[in-house]
Design a protein around this ligand. Structure first.
Ligand SMILES: Nc1ncnc2c1ncn2[C@@H]1O[C@H](COP(=O)(O)OP(=O)(O)O)[C@@H](O)[C@H]1O
Ligand SMILES: [Mg+2]
Length: 322
């Protein structure tokens, strides 16, 4: 956004007596001026902002609803479709080169929605982005956030949004559909919609250096307005057989896994990456703990356990292990 756009945003928020929006607009203006290296004015504007550290009470409250996780996952460790990998790489470049973009009056993208069945990398991608950017990684925890009163939920969401907006970080809103889940009480549905709408506005006004990742296994529960708020929308699909072979073949230090990858992929067909990872860990644990056992037999037994554990499987694939 250029200076005119930012001033307009500030005026709009001020005229609507929206203190949250006003603060965010000033923050965006500070960022903009800093990037233009206009010195003095950026500093004067920054001095007007409520310093997060000045309100420890609010900070403490926000932290009750945020789990800080030390990012361990690297994006390179993940098996991702080319489109997903490339788009995430673009986001990281934009974030790294925010200053260059600012010179041209542009902001990096910072809102990303990840969808897809459980266990296929939504949380891992968010963590991988935090690793790549070297930023703190916060996961919003809903159990404490969603209160019995909607007013309470709304103000907690505001505190959380305020906190993450004042810290350069990556924030994951996991199970994003939970925020907008309809209540049994018909009267509250409209109110909840308002809470969600205002959260989306907060997310949209986040400073560009806060990356918001929303994740959901139930994309159908999000309405179109919600989808539109995210600049990047990616689906992390369950692996097909070819993806599973590629994933298993990455285990170069575990020859029994990659050598048997076509057979394992055939038997595990339909499994998520998380289930496949657990399957591989199980074999690797056994190979370490029972070195006297024939590795081929260990793999075969694991495949047998998998097949029999899956009573709903229609066809049992004949298992031949190398
Ligand atoms: N795309 C992937 N590539 C490699 N491993 C994956 C991938 N997706 C998931 N995993 C494995 O499964 C575990 C759980 O994945 P997670 O990111 O929590 O899934 P989701 O958030 O989609 O439910 C990860 O810790 C990782 O071991
Ligand atoms: Mg997850």
């Amino acid at each position: 956004m250029n200076t005119n756009g930012l001033v307009l945003q500030l005026a709009r928020a001020a005229c609507r007596r929206d203190p949250w929006g006003t603060t965010n607009a000033v923050r965006a203006l500070v960022e903009h001026e800093e990037k233009k290296k206009s010195g003095g004015i950026a500093e004067q504007l920054r001095a007007l902002l409520p310093h997060p550290g000045k309100d420890p009470q609010n900070q403490m409250t926000a932290l009750k609803h945020l789990d800080e996780v030390t990012p361990q996952v690297k994006l390179d460790d993940l098996q991702l479709h080319d489109e997903v990998r490339e788009t995430v790489a673009e986001l990281i470049i934009e974030q790294h080169r925010a200053a260059v973009l600012a010179e041209a009056g542009l902001r990096p993208r910072n809102r990303i929605l990840l969808t897809g069945p459980p266990g296929n990398g939504k949380t891992s991608v968010a963590e991988g982005i935090a690793s790549a950017l070297g930023r703190r990684f916060y996961v919003v925890s809903y159990d404490t956030l969603i209160g019995s009163h909607l007013g309470e939920t709304g103000s907690r969401l505001r505190q959380v949004a305020d906190y993450i907006g004042s810290h350069e970080c990556v924030a994951l809103f996991d199970e994003f559909e939970a925020v907008g889940k309809e209540r049994d009480d018909g009267d509250e549905i409209g109110e909840m919609k308002r809470v969600v709408a205002s959260l989306l506005v907060h997310l949209e006004r986040m400073p560009a250096s806060t990356v918001v990742v929303a994740a959901t296994n139930h994309p159908g529960m999000l309405d179109r307005a919600t989808w539109r708020r995210f600049q990047i929308r990616l689906e992390l699909e369950a692996p097909n057989k070819g993806n599973l072979v590629a994933y298993l073949s990455r285990n170069r230090n575990s020859p029994h896994l990659w050598r048997n990858s076509p057979t394992i992929a055939e038997v595990l067909s339909g499994a998520s990456y998380a289930e496949t990872a657990e399957f591989c860990n199980d074999i690797q644990r056994r190979l370490v703990l029972y070195p006297e056992q024939d590795p081929t037999e260990v793999v075969k037994q694991a495949l047998d356990r998998w097949t029999t554990g899956r009573t709903t499987r229609k066809a049992v694939v004949p298992i031949t292990v190398a």
